[in-house]
Ligand binder design. Structure first.
Ligand code: ATP
Ligand code: MG
Length: 424
């Protein structure tokens, strides 16, 4: 990608509207632009990040046999009246009327739609369990949208839904999702803390939030220090669940030996039994020929919120320091003006492009200093600089964004270098 052809408009100062670091950096790096309160345009750079996060989430869902579909954003109010949530949801729900005066709404979540649809397709215990998910925009008219993409009104969520024959099966499913969520957040370079939760508006018996530590987090959390151990993935659900954890109002203030911190809630899972299958009549036939309501769970991840959460965990005074897999571009080639058309550098660019795809060549008509600053702000893991050393000795600088260290290499060394393995 030639940067001169791209839409990029970095800012030196952060706009006044931003108070937390992730919001400031997203605006300064021209990754998002506010359209109206809590509603954002995802500019090309930010959109690539969002897609990269989605990809890691998708891979993990597929690994547990959860399959992707796509449900609409606009839903019929009828289903919500049947489940009883139409009134309960209150002012957070955006209600719409079409030209025929049908009542519609912009989905804040999808339990009703999926339960209703499931009923038409699955009728036998033989077809259970079923795990389905989608990645779709949600709208919640939050009372205080803030912190950029962290608490938007329109936001992207991955929401999965599980259907099982019995409560016991549904608990097993819950544990599978629980483990998969830990792995997903670890794959995203984050340290998740699973926190026991109340199921709130969705209702149910079992629920956990996944929190990422950050001083700017909206939730207060209290947890056993063992929950931050490196080998969380090796512990069983029951071992993890036996450790103390709580957030906000659920925190036991008399509890000793717990760590108190602030967290960003990036995921939330629920087991809620037959709460929706009962009113929406999602039944299956058992082996004995009995008609029973299916047991369900739902599993959400805040995809757009994660863009902010990852920045809260990965930044320094110069800008963002994305993990390799999430970075919008992996390598940035910067050359002195007189070297921009150099054949050897063009060849290097093309060979890296073939191997890593997301490569940029900064051919903009601005100073080399400004190009380096932009690369640091945007958080490109590797910057290759062709400067005076190239003219004299045929050597280039390779700068690692995570520690700002640079090494001097030849073009052929740079072609062979493993950029992914040598970064986090
Ligand atoms: P919160 O307590 O932060 O409002 P929630 O409990 O309402 O979250 P869920 O309904 O469980 O959230 O939604 C699943 C996930 O979607 C959350 O864990 C969070 O990461 C994300 N999310 C929820 N509300 C928003 C929002 N307004 N903006 C961005 N992401 C959100
Ligand atoms: Mg909420």
């Amino acid at each position: 990608m030639k940067l001169s052809k791209y839409l990029i408009n970095t800012l030196k100062e952060s706009p006044k509207e931003a108070t937390i670091i992730s919001h400031k950096l997203l605006l300064r790096a021209s990754m998002i632009k506010q359209h109206s309160s809590g509603i954002y345009i995802w500019l090309p750079l930010g959109f690539k990040v969002l897609k990269n996060i989605e990809k890691i989430i998708r891979e993990n869902q597929e690994q547990i046999g959860c399959h992707e579909l796509l449900m609409p954003t606009i839903q019929s109010a009828d289903l919500w009246k049947k489940s009883g949530r139409y009134e309960d949801y209150g002012k957070e729900m955006l209600r719409i009327q079409d030209r025929h005066k049908n009542e519609l709404l912009y989905g804040p979540t999808n339990e009703e739609v999926i339960t209703d649809f499931f009923n038409d397709y699955v009728n036998s215990y033989k077809n259970l369990p079923k795990y389905l998910y989608h990645i779709q925009w949600k709208f919640r008219d939050e009372i205080r949208p803030r912190f950029g993409v962290m608490r938007g009104r329109e936001f992207l969520m991955k929401d999965a839904y599980s259907f099982d024959l019995t409560k016991e099966d549904s608990f097993l499913t819950y544990k599978i999702f629980f483990k998969s969520y830990l792995k997903t957040f670890i794959d995203l370079g984050l340290q998740p803390i699973p926190v026991k939760a109340e199921s709130g508006a969705i209702g149910g018996d079992l629920s956990h939030e996944f929190q990422i530590l950050a001083n700017t987090g909206e939730s207060e959390i209290a947890y056993d220090s063992k929950l931050t151990s490196d080998n969380l993935l090796n512990l069983s659900f029951d071992e993890i669940n036996s450790l103390y954890s709580a957030s906000d109002d659920l925190i036991d203030k008399n509890k000793k030996d717990v760590v108190i911190g602030r967290g960003i809630e990036v995921g939330h899972i629920f087991y809620f039994g037959t709460k929706y299958s009962s009113p929406l009549k999602a039944n299956v036939l058992t082996q004995e020929g009995k008609n029973v309501e299916v047991h369900m769970g739902s599993y959400g991840i805040g995809v757009s919120r994660l863009v902010g959460a990852v920045i809260e965990a990965y930044h320094d005074e110069k800008g963002i320091t994305w993990p390799f897999k999430i970075a919008p571009f992996k390598i940035n080639i910067i050359a002195l003006e007189e070297l921009i058309d150099n054949e050897e550098i063009k060849k290097l660019y093309l060979s890296l492009l073939k191997k890593y795809k997301d490569i940029i060549f900064d051919d903009r008509d601005i100073s080399i200093g400004k190009k380096i600053k932009d690369s640091e702000l945007i958080g490109i893991p590797w910057t290759i600089i062709a400067g005076k050393n190239f003219k004299e000795f045929n050597k280039l600088e390779l700068v690692n964004r995570s520690n700002n260290q640079s090494i001097t290499l030849s073009v052929s060394d740079l072609e062979k270098f493993d950029y992914e393995k040598n970064f986090y």
